[in-house]
Design a protein around this ligand. Structure first.
Ligand code: 26V
Length: 825
């Protein structure tokens, strides 16, 4: 960047030069004049806050220029609607993507401060549950980097994902007060506000249906800058907060009790209060439905308003607008857009329907039936009567089409958007599929299963609608930021730095995988990351782990289908064998697990308790002599993942085949040189395809075998009774070896019908773990495998995923050189 980087032609102004000196001055300036803090009293938080404002200045111009480019161009734009965005910390990301990291580091040095430790003070906004939210964040990074005209829309939850503490081995949830750090660096847009209505009733006025709502909430925007790598383009992530609408215009104030009326209105702000955990419990569902509508109503109103600014003709909406539905959570955007087109802009139903079909696309992220959203017709009639009315009309039109095709009434019943019966419900996934021009799964195997399981009927009706776009992850966060020494290694051995933008360039490493120098350099990178993690574990948990041991890692939400408890079976089996045979040549291992359990999910919480009980017993058993260490690291999130993933030797991806839609940590691990031990599930299949049998460890039943077992009446004791290791292991846990004070504590966890077939896969899992040990003993061979893994991960860049979405789903092109904000630099 130079002093005259960008200009709004009609105004004169000077941007501060981002030299080290100017940066240092800018930080001090912000500290004094924006925060009002005397530098001699400044805390680390104050310095960070000041530096964040300084870096925001440097992004703002391209942010506003990008907006101009969007407004001036007639390009189709994509609006990515998601109830979750797991962005991770923003500060280092902003520096890296703008190529300002070294300057800021130097500026901090000159102030006597260390950038890395200052950056640790930033709160990590946990506005998501897991993979779906993190995927949205990787996608935003790639959209901006690829200069795609795009806006992300979400909710600015006051409380994100809870903070997890472990007390006596058990999970305790603490509220996550991420906003209280007072480091708001988003742009608050108090004039970007939209009324979101609820309740009331509908009536006919001639041809027209009129909605008379009885409650109004206001959505107010906050914009976060999403800088693309290379600083050419910055897109907005617009998050909505809830505000009580114009209090004094509402009827309830005429009814007498002023204080009660105010209190009641204050409750409206609960809408944006807290992120829902994905435990699919019924409690509090009404608020969740309100949240979903709140997000989509504000966003769709905003999208329509933007379109009218650009094109001034509502009928051309589908030419300039693509709206993407991240799972079914924002599917109410469909009836909301219909409502706006018909009720506000007076289009007829068929015109509106035609526009919706061209605008919307939808990604499915899970096949598990309990996660498929449905809403009771009664609740929807109560909160959103006009939307229910529109959904009925869409359904009538759709079912007429189905009958025309000659399908029978059984089929009609199955595909109806309304599930009939005592408890009538709206099936949100069906509404998404019926409307969207494209529906995608997130890994090859998942997209195939989608067409043969949950959406089989729809695949018959609309064979061309379904496609796959395999997930990806951003190499900027998952290599450059999480693992700077690896980034250096890649720069050195690839002889260029643009793997950050063209991850396929990593394939060059395939030729270097046998090279002793490269292996040694890799070993050093891995060692550094393992030491860093060991320091963290020593500091936070007072557990000492040996960086020479094999680091075996499973980090993700705790869920029965992900089978953390099968990992535990292997650990205990190994423990029992070491006790029986202490002098064999055991490979020392550190088992690292982390993840949150939804607060109402009893089995998941028990699993955490079990892991901690086992850690306590094994870590203090002197006979084990550090051959096994078990560590459960509390409060898993993006920031912790950035520390753990680079340090992993082995990546546990052991879900039951057919249950994990894709997984994305599997990609991050392999990209950081961990070998995968995994089932044929999700993206493991495609990772294995690229790295080969020799460099990964696949085990367990295939989807077909899993289905056959289920079909034939799966009996876990067929496996327990016929495998002595398994029998001993299950008994040890179930009879209280790790919970002597409460010997039955894990009886039910071990004897619960084993829906996810841990016991059926145990033998092949244990066997392949033995192969892992053998491979690790040959360090040269292991390092080669690790390098081959890195070399073949180019495909799993989220840049590739986004390019596919643009081409196959959204029909969107990047901004051209001429349209670029900094054209003429
Ligand atoms: C469901 C619910 C239902 C209750 C309210 C809150 C809530 C939040 C999320 C969900 C569904 C989550 C689905 C999900 O996270 N799927 C994951 O998506 C990843 C990105 O595609 C993928 O890698 C994981 O395999 C998949 O489990």
């Amino acid at each position: 960047m130079s002093e005259n980087t960008l200009h709004f032609k009609e105004y004169e102004y000077t941007m501060p030069l981002p030299s080290v000196e100017k940066i240092r001055q800018s930080i001090v300036y912000k500290l004094i004049f924006i925060l009002g803090v005397d530098p001699k009293d400044a805390t680390s938080e104050n310095w960070l806050n000041a530096a964040m404002f300084a870096v925001r200045d440097l992004m703002t111009e391209s942010f506003l220029q990008t907006r101009r480019a969007h407004e001036n161009g007639q390009k189709r734009m994509v609006y990515y609607l998601s109830m979750e965005f797991l962005m991770g910390r923003a500060f280092t990301n902003a520096l890296v993507n703008q190529n300002l990291y070294n300057q800021f580091k130097q500026a901090f040095n000159e102030l006597g401060l260390d950038l890395e430790s200052i950056a640790e003070h930033e709160a990590d906004p946990g506005l998501g549950n897991g993979g779906l939210g993190r995927l949205a964040a990787c996608f935003l990074d790639s959209l901006a980097t690829l200069r795609i005209p795009a806006v992300g829309y979400g909710i600015r939850y006051q409380y994100g994902m809870f903070k997890q503490e472990i007390v006596d081995g058990q999970q305790i949830e603490k509220p996550d007060l991420w906003l209280e750090d007072d480091m708001e660096w988003e742009f608050h847009r108090p004039n970007k506000r939209f009324a979101v209505n609820f309740g009331g009733h509908i009536y006919q006025d001639g041809e027209r249906t009129v909605w008379q709502p009885n409650d109004e909430i206001e959505a107010i925007a906050y914009d976060e800058i999403i800088p693309g790598y290379g600083a050419q383009v910055a897109n907005p992530l617009r998050l909505w907060t809830a505000h009580t609408a114009n209090l004094f215009n509402l009827d309830c104030f005429n009814s007498g009790n002023y204080i009660d009326a105010i209190n009641e209105k204050m409750n409206d702000e609960n809408i944006a209060r807290v992120l829902y955990p994905n435990d699919s419990t019924e409690a509090g569902r009404e608020l969740r439905l309100k949240q979903e509508y709140f997000l989509v109503s504000a966003s769709v109103q905003d999208i329509v308003a933007r379109h009218l600014c650009r094109a001034n003709d509502i009928r051309t909406l589908a030419d300039t607008v693509a709206i993407h539905l991240n799972d079914t959570h924002p599917v109410l955007a469909i009836p909301e857009l219909m409502r706006i087109l018909i009720d506000v802009h007076q289009l007829n139903f068929d015109e509106a329907w035609d526009i919706c079909q061209r605008v919307f696309s939808y990604t499915n992220h899970t096949l598990m039936s309990e996660a498929l959203e449905t809403w009771s017709v009664g609740l929807m009639a109560h909160l959103l009567p006009r939307h229910l009315d529109i959904i009925y009309k869409i359904n009538a039109k759709f079912l007429a089409f189905v009958r025309e095709q000659g399908f029978d009434e059984e089929f009609v019943k199955r595909v109806s958007i309304i599930q009939e019966g005592n408890d009538r419900r709206v099936r949100m996934a069906w509404l998404a599929v019926v409307t969207s021009h494209k529906v995608n799964g997130v890994a090859k195997i998942h997209s195939d299963l989608m067409k043969t399981s949950i959406f089989a009927d729809f695949a018959q009706l609309y064979p061309d609608r379904f496609l796959n776009v395999t997930n990806g992850v951003t190499p900027r966060r998952w290599i450059e930021i999480a693992n700077p020494p690896l980034a250096n290694l890649l720069d050195n051995y690839l002889g260029e730095s643009d793997w950050r933008l063209h991850l396929d360039k990593l394939t060059k490493l395939n030729d270097l995988a046998d090279d002793a120098n490269v292996q040694a350099a890799f070993a050093q990178v891995k060692r550094q990351a393992k030491e860093r993690l060991a320091d963290y574990v020593a500091r936070e948990l007072n557990i000492h782990i040996n960086p020479d041991a094999l680091f075996d890692v499973q980090i993700k939400r705790i869920h029965a289908y992900k089978r953390q408890s099968m990992n535990v079976l292997h650990i205990v089996n190994r423990y029992l064998h070491i006790l029986a045979n202490p002098n064999a040549n055991w490979q020392p291992r550190v088992f690292i697990l982390a993840g949150k359990a939804a607060s109402a999910y009893v089995e998941a919480k028990q699993t955490i308790h079990l892991i901690n009980d086992i850690a306590k017993t094994i870590n203090s058993d002197e006979r084990i002599r550090d051959l096994i260490k078990v560590v459960f690291i509390p409060n898993y999130g993006v920031s912790l993942a950035q520390i753990i993933i680079p340090a992993a030797d082995l990546s546990e991806q052991i879900s039951l085949a057919g249950t994990e839609a894709s997984g994305t940590s599997n990609m991050k691990f392999a990209l950081n040189g961990a070998l995968t031990i995994g089932t044929f599930d999700g993206a493991n299949v495609e990772i294995h395809e690229r790295v080969g049998d020799e460099h990964s460890f696949i085990f367990g039943h295939s989807v077909e075998q899993v289905q056959a077992l289920r079909h034939n009446g799966y009996n876990p004791y067929d496996f327990i009774d016929n495998d002595m290791d398994l029998r001993n292991t299950v008994q040890a846990i179930a009879q209280g070896m790790f919970s002597p004070e409460d010997p039955n504590r894990y009886n039910s966890l071990m004897h619960n019908g084993d829906f996810y077939q841990r016991y059926a896969d145990f033998r092949s899992y244990a066997n392949v773990q033995t192969r892992v040990d053998e491979h690790y003993r040959n360090q040269a061979a292991w390092r080669k495998s690790a390098i081959v893994n890195i070399a073949n991960m180019g495909y799993f860049s989220s840049d590739r995923s986004i390019a596919e979405y643009c081409e196959k789903i959204w029909q969107i092109k990047p901004l051209t050189e001429e349209e670029l904000p900094n054209n003429g630099r």
